[in-house]
Design a protein around this ligand. Sequence first.
Ligand code: AMZ
Length: 281
Amino acid sequence: MSERDDEIDRGTESGAEAGTESGSEPGAESETGTFADGFAVIPAVDVQDGEVVQLVQGERGTGKRYGDPVAAAERWIDEGAEALHLVDLDGAFEGERVNAPAFEAIVDAVGDEVDLQLGGGIRTAADARSLLDLGIDRVILGTAAVENPPIVETIAETHPGTVVVSLDAKDGEVVVSGWTESTGLDPAAAAARYESLGAGAILFTNVDVEGQLEGIDRAAVEAVVDAVDVPVIASGGVASLDDVVALREAGAAAVVIGTALYEGTFTLREAQRAAAGDGAE
Ligand code: AMZ
């Protein structure tokens, strides 16, 4: 186990200890945690208006709908997912969580089986902690981390390792508020700053290629990976198994995949095999 894996494992353990009602037994996740087995492939369950959706470049009103969130979560677990990436899209746009019932239903249905990370509209430490106590393993903060960096430290004090800071980059700059506002921040420099504030992982989403099935920007991912020691979860634009391999080779700890899985470009198992260096073509 690398130092990096150890870091996040301690985090998920603490999250479980902090009162996870429906989560796994404390300690169980330290052996099966998302980043424990090398490179993880994490299906995305992005929710808008109570339904799974995959937007194109994050623009509201674009993209396709893929039905019931719990059904999607169960499907990915049946197909071998060890973690799920949950996003409240309306929450990210509106600045407060909107699809809470859908995510509570996912926690109830599968929270014991896999690691769950959730973002979109989490703006206060109290809200983040209530989710961690409900059974979410990692909270994802984008806008709140940029507008109020100490929030990362505040949450990490009681729930170490559970804060994932989301750096979503458009034209090389971090964007917030549903990807509608630029911040002028460089993703790699920001990643290092949030690591020092206690982020347990960095989620790096390349907005320019998101939802387009056009492939990834490996150099952009490498820049973030080189800036930090905590796991980097890459997201955006994965169109082929080669992209999965390239992200692993770039040093990412995990990849979030949405459109390619929902559209059947490849299966989750195929992606996992590619990630393990087994049958990558
Ligand atoms: O698609 C979008 N427009 C979008 C999206 N997927 N906007 C934000 N997000 C995701 C981020 C991160 O996971 O990638 O929402 C989360 C951050 O939300 P917030 O509310 O903390 O900025």
